[in-house]
Design a protein around this ligand. Structure first.
Ligand SMILES: Cc1cc2nc3c(=O)[nH]c(=O)nc-3n(C[C@H](O)[C@H](O)[C@H](O)COP(=O)(O)O)c2cc1C
Length: 358
C-alpha cells in the first residue's frame, strides 16, 4: 500500500492543481496547453520545425497577408508549406481587412494542411493598421465580426482570433469585442494582455484575461510576459485560461516548452515500479482470502481520456490499474486520467465582479 501511495499515485505535491491536460479548440487538441506565438520574421517553417520537437502543443506561423496571397507573393506561398514540415498542429495566421479576401486566404491555408486559421486583430504596426487590418479591427468590431463569420463559413477547420485589450488605456473593450467574435463563430480567442498603444511596454495585465474567461464560453488563450514554467502555472491559475501562448520567452529557449510539457504530462509509475507492483500483487495472492484470490490481482482497465501512463503495457490508450487487494485504506487506488492528475479549476480564487463593461 505504501509502495503504491509513494511510488505511483497519490503524492504529487509539485502538480499544479489548475493546469488542465489539454485545450480543445474546435476539433483540435492542444496538448500540453501551451502554444508558440506568431512572430513576424521569426516563426517561419524552419523555426517552427525545431520548436515542435520540444513538446509545445501547437505552433503559429508569422502573420501572412491575405492580399499578398491573392497576389501570389512568394513569402505567402512559403508560409503555406509550413504545415507539411511540422509534425504537430499548425495555426496559420492571416491578416487583412476585407472579409472575402480573408476567406480566400483561409481556404488556401486549410488546403495546405493548417489545423487552425488564426485572424490577426492585434498587430499595432502602422503599415498594417493603415490598411484597416491588425489592431485597427479592435476599433471596428463589426468588421472584425464579419471577417470571422465569412472565414468561418469558408473553412471546416477551427477559426481563432488573436487580439489585444483595446486600442489604448481609455478604450479597453476586449470583453465586448470578444463576445462579438464568439457570436460570429470563432472557436477560441487569444488575448495579448496589453493595448495596441502599449506595443510591448509596461506589463501585461492578466486580470483582463480572467475577466474574459469569466465572460466567454469559447476557450481563452492567455498571452503576455510568460517566460518560465512558473509564469505559465501562474497565468493558468490566476486567469483560468485554457491555454498559454508564449512568444519572446521561447526565443533562444525552446527548452521552455519541454519543461512545461514535462510538468503537464501525467506521470505514471516507471516501468520498473509497475513491474514491482505487479510482482507484489501476484506474490501477495497466497495471503489473500479465497474469494479475493479468484479476482484478478492486477487489472488494467481503460478510461476515456488522457495519455497512456504505461507505454508499452497498453498501447491503445490510458489505463487505470486496480490492484484491489493491495488496498486496505482505499479500495480503488487508480491512476487518474490526465484531467484528474492535473486537477480542476473549480477551486480557483474568485476575482472581483465585472464592472460596467461586461
Ligand atoms: C518580433 C515579434 C514579432 C511578432 N509578430 C507577430 C505576428 O506576426 N502576429 C501576431 O499576432 N503577433 C505578433 N507578435 C506578438 C506576439 O505574438 C505576442 O503577442 C507578444 O510578443 C506578447 O507575448 P510574449 O510576452 O510571450 O512575447 C510579435 C512579437 C514580436 C516580439
Amino acid at each position: 500500500m505504501e509502495f503504491f501511495e509513494e511510488e505511483c499515485f497519490f503524492k504529487q505535491p509539485d502538480r499544479d492543481p489548475y493546469v488542465g491536460g489539454l485545450c480543445r479548440i474546435g476539433t483540435v487538441e492542444v496538448a500540453p496547453p501551451v502554444i508558440m506565438a506568431p512572430m513576424a520574421g521569426v516563426t517561419d517553417g524552419p523555426f517552427l520545425e525545431v520548436v515542435s520537437r520540444f513538446g509545445v502543443g501547437m505552433v503559429t506561423t508569422e502573420m501572412m497577408s491575405a492580399e499578398g496571397l491573392r497576389r501570389n507573393d512568394p513569402s505567402c506561398r512559403r508560409m503555406l508549406r509550413v504545415p507539411s514540415r511540422v509534425p504537430i498542429p499548425v495555426a496559420i495566421q492571416i491578416f487583412g481587412a476585407a472579409p472575402d479576401v480573408m476567406a480566400e486566404a483561409a481556404r488556401a491555408a486549410q488546403d495546405s494542411g493548417a489545423a487552425v486559421i488564426d485572424i490577426n486583430a492585434g498587430c499595432p504596426i502602422r503599415k498594417i493598421v493603415r490598411q484597416g487590418a491588425g489592431a485597427a479591427l479592435i476599433r471596428e468590431p463589426d468588421r472584425l465580426a464579419r471577417i470571422v463569420d465569412t472565414v468561418k463559413r469558408a473553412v471546416t477547420i477551427p477559426v481563432t482570433v488573436k487580439t489585444r485589450l483595446g486600442w489604448d488605456q481609455n478604450s479597453i473593450h476586449v470583453v465586448q469585442v470578444c463576445r462579438m467574435i464568439q457570436d460570429a463563430g470563432a472557436d477560441a480567442v487569444t488575448v495579448h494582455a496589453r493595448t495596441a498603444r502599449q506595443i510591448y511596454t509596461g506589463k501585461a495585465d492578466w486580470w483582463w484575461i480572467r475577466r474574459l474567461k469569466d465572460n466567454l464560453s469559447i476557450p481563452v488563450i492567455g498571452n503576455g510576459d510568460v517566460t518560465c514554467p512558473s509564469d505559465f502555472h501562474r497565468m493558468m491559475r490566476e486567469t483560468r485560461c485554457n491555454a498559454v501562448m508564449i512568444g519572446r520567452g521561447a526565443l533562444g529557449n525552446p527548452w521552455l516548452f519541454r519543461a512545461i510539457a514535462d510538468q503537464c504530462r501525467p506521470r505514471g509509475p516507471s516501468a520498473s515500479s509497475l513491474e514491482t507492483a505487479a510482482q507484489t500483487a501476484f506474490t501477495g495472492g497466497e495471503h489473500r482470502t479465497p474469494s479475493a484470490q479468484r479476482t484478478a490481482p492486477l487489472r488494467l482497465k481503460k478510461t476515456q481520456s488522457g495519455p497512456n501512463p504505461f507505454p508499452g503495457k497498453n498501447s491503445t490508450g490510458p489505463s487505470v490499474i486496480t490492484p484491489s487487494f493491495l488496498c486496505t485504506k482505499n479500495p480503488k487506488p487508480s491512476v487518474p486520467s490526465a484531467n484528474i492528475w492535473c486537477g480542476t479549476q473549480k477551486d480557483a480564487p474568485t476575482l472581483p465582479p465585472c464592472g460596467p463593461e461586461s
